[in-house]
Design a protein around this ligand. Structure first.
Ligand SMILES: CC(C)(COP(=O)(O)OP(=O)(O)OC[C@H]1O[C@@H](n2cnc3c(N)ncnc32)[C@H](O)[C@@H]1OP(=O)(O)O)[C@@H](O)C(=O)NCCC(=O)NCCS
Length: 331
């Protein structure tokens, strides 16, 4: 392991999920997906019997105690309702290389949970475990999994013909990988916004004709000199930085508006950087700050015609409050 590797800090948190070690009482939720033939169709293991699920949980408990630890196979919990919806793992096959995997219950497919947790694990692999490469394999017919890996930044490196014999057949898989230097070069860093960032934040937005002009009050807002209606101090902003350039930002404050605790005031991602999960990471930063402030019900003002923003907020659980406003009932 690299010298800077400081180990994994659990839970791993994203905007909607957290990943923690399995515990014995997870049995029912784990067995529900691990015994489902739809879910295990592309896994090397067949639908599990109750005994096999129990043995699996025992193996995971032992792996969590291992010193030094080499397997981080974790339960994925949906924060909104506390439900265990799947599992994910980073396994150090060799000291410097982590194998990435995930599995989710059938009824939660299609919500982007796998991409969300895969991105977080890739980051944790490089930052916390200090690996030089994250890789994954998926069956050549498992298109959904391939898309998740690509969204997490992995690239298809090879086709492994009949490389594994399991469940009475040979498997042909794609090998996906991402090297640390490539990840570092394209990595987006998220940090708290400072007032000094405002001109660049405004410029990035002004360059996007479709998004409209920059809000001239943004600097005053971040300075605390401009208060939106019903605003309470404090407020926070975060920026996404890629190769020394601000490519997105988010800001919010505490509020008394609409019986809410917090309001999301600004969110923007540069047009050429969209659909890479940047707004999702920014939202996770701001939600984390809201949680620290004890704020859980968060509102946001969205133009009725801004279908993209509505789709984005909808993915993270926002519901309609009235014509112009959405609310996240609990972050
Ligand atoms: C809304 C906005 C911030 C989203 O940023 P982004 O970085 O592209 O969002 P993400 O990549 O994190 O998207 C996460 C999910 O949101 C949904 N989503 C995002 N953009 C979408 C679009 N154009 N159409 C449908 N769904 C979309 C998808 O479910 C997406 O997941 P997927 O890519 O795995 O399918 C960005 O489009 C933007 O800056 N728009 C202009 C400014 C704006 O409208 N801000 C909001 C003001 S209230």
């Amino acid at each position: 392991m690299r010298p800077e590797a400081c180990g994994f800090r659990l839970p791993v948190r994203t905007a909607r999920l957290f990943a923690r070690d399995f515990v014995a009482s997870d049995f029912d939720a784990v067995h529900a997906y691990a015994s489902d033939p739809d879910v295990t169709r592309f896994m090397f293991f067949a639908p599990r019997t109750p005994e096999e699920t129990r043995a699996y949980l025992e193996r995971m408990a032992a792996a969590a105690r291992q010193e030094p630890r080499t397997v981080w196979e974790l339960a994925v919990i949906r924060a909104a309702d506390g439900r265990l919806i799947g599992g994910c793992d980073l396994t150090l096959e060799q000291p410097h290389e982590a194998d990435l995997g995930f599995i989710f219950a059938r009824d939660v497919w299609g919500h982007g949970y796998a991409s969300e947790i895969a991105r977080a694990l890739v980051r944790a692999g490089f930052e916390a475990l200090g690996v030089v490469r994250v890789f994954a394999t998926c069956d050549v017919d498992n298109h959904a999994s391939a898309r998740v890996l690509e969204r997490a930044g992995l690239r298809r490196e090879a086709r492994l013909d009949r490389h594994k014999f399991a469940r009475d057949r040979w498997w042909t898989s794609f090998l996906y990988g991402l090297r640390r230097d490539d990840w570092l070069a394209s990595r987006v860093v998220y940090r708290q916004a400072t007032v000094g960032d405002v001109p660049e934040m405004a410029r990035s937005r002004a360059s996007d004709a479709a998004a409209g002009v920059a809000d001239p009050r943004m600097a005053a807002y971040l300075h605390g000199r401009h208060d939106p209606q019903h605003a309470r101090a404090p407020r926070a902003g975060f920026v996404a930085v890629e190769r020394d350039r601000i490519v997105g930002y988010i800001a919010g404050h505490l509020t008394r508006r609409y019986d809410c605790d917090g309001e999301l005031q600004y969110l923007f991602v540069a047009a050429e950087c969209r659909r890479r999960g940047i707004a999702s990471e920014l939202l996770a930063c701001l939600f984390g700050w809201f949680r620290e402030q004890g704020a859980s019900r968060i509102c946001v003002d969205v133009l009725p015609e801004n279908g993209v923003a509505r789709a984005f907020y909808g993915r993270y659980g926002a519901i309609t409050l009235n014509r112009g406003w959405l609310v996240f009932p609990e972050v």
